[in-house]
Design a protein around this ligand. Structure first.
Ligand code: BDR
Ligand code: CA
Length: 324
């Protein structure tokens, strides 16, 4: 199993990321970041999800930064409710968060363990802080896969996706660090929409994990439909985890990506240079292979463009079946 640290802000779709990761990856620890909700709440939510999965004894949860590097924290109660994980009724957790800061955990683990993959599904504050604390992690990390940004349009603003919008300075630090970033932006994750039909399947599976998935999706479908143009629950964060579990589920192209920090309309935008794709629209035309004739800077990232959604659903259903 691949060794991973999952940095997240659960969050309904983060919870799906946890469910996939715990079963298919060697999760060395979960680190939390203020984002969808306060640090306190997202940390509690991560522990609650691990307890449902029966994994809270073996996987520690390490609280990280409570707010972004520069900007004030923005949360998303309209999508995730006041607790950050509204919908399912879960008991108060019996496990405690670890007594070590997320950034220390990331640095110590990466420096002492070979081939660690980082998966980040919230604002990139902890990852940026870890790079600042110990720049050598850049050469030690196997890969960094994030949910964030977009090669097309935004969701939080016309230009910016939520995770990058919340802490653009951290995202800029990460994209300019030398780390090769695998990016599942919302251009990709919008191909991952769960509807009532998927919820019915989860209920039929009927494990504790599947019931949690069903309750989460029910709440999230309603929130997504009310708050946006969407017609289902977009499982953004689960896509980043699925990419690490089964790379064949996603098609991606290399490109250079940087973060807009100053634009009045575009702060938090992932500025994606796809001029090497022969002027095609990368989100719809994968037949035209990249020319590799880069006009700008060399790629620092791989942008996910196409998801095998039926393959994703199969992975998710079999995962939920295999929990107790
Ligand atoms: C991202 O924002 C959060 O609300 C979700 O958990 C996801 O990580 C989508 O823009
Ligand atoms: Ca998230």
């Amino acid at each position: 199993k691949k060794k991973v640290i999952l940095d997240c802000d659960p969050g309904h779709d983060d919870a799906f990321g946890i469910m996939l990761a715990v079963q298919h990856l060697d999760v060395l620890g979960i680190t939390t970041i203020g984002g969808n909700c306060t640090l306190e709440n997202v940390t509690r939510n991560a522990i609650k999800v691990l307890e449902v999965l029966g994994a809270a004894d073996r996987i520690g949860v390490y609280p990280g930064h409570s707010c972004p590097m520069v900007a004030p924290l923005v949360t998303a109660p309209q999508f995730h409710g006041e607790t950050g994980l509204d919908g399912p009724v879960l008991p108060e957790p019996t496990h405690q968060p670890q007594n070590k800061h997320a950034v220390d955990f990331i640095v110590d683990t990466v420096m002492s363990t070979d081939d660690v993959t980082l998966i980040a599904t919230g604002p990139l504050t902890n990852i940026a802080a870890a790079i600042n604390r110990e720049p050598r992690i850049v050469d030690r990390v196997k890969e960094l896969c994030i949910m964030g940004g977009s090669v097309t349009y935004g969701n939080w603003t016309p230009a910016a996706e939520f995770n990058i919008f919340v802490d653009p300075e951290a995202a800029s630090r990460v994209f300019n660090s030398g780390l090769h970033v695998k990016m599942t932006g919302i251009n990709l994750t919008r191909q991952c929409e769960l509807t009532a039909k998927h919820v019915a399947k989860f209920r039929e599976i009927g494990t504790k994990a599947a019931n949690l998935a069903a309750d989460l999706t029910d709440f999230f479908i309603e929130a997504c439909e009310e708050e946006s143009e969407l017609t289902g629950a977009t499982m953004h964060d689960a896509c980043a985890v699925a990419w690490i579990i089964d790379p064949s589920l996603i098609k991606a192209v290399p490109m250079h990506i940087d973060i807009e920090l100053n634009g009045k309309l575009t702060r938090g935008m992932t500025v994606c240079d796809y001029r090497h794709l022969r002027g095609t629209k990368p989100a719809v035309d994968l037949e035209r292979t990249p020319t590799m004739d880069y006009r700008g800077e060399k790629p620092n990232a791989e942008a996910a463009l196409e998801l095998d959604f039926p393959g994703f659903v199969n992975l998710l259903n079999s995962t939920l079946e295999n929990y107790d």
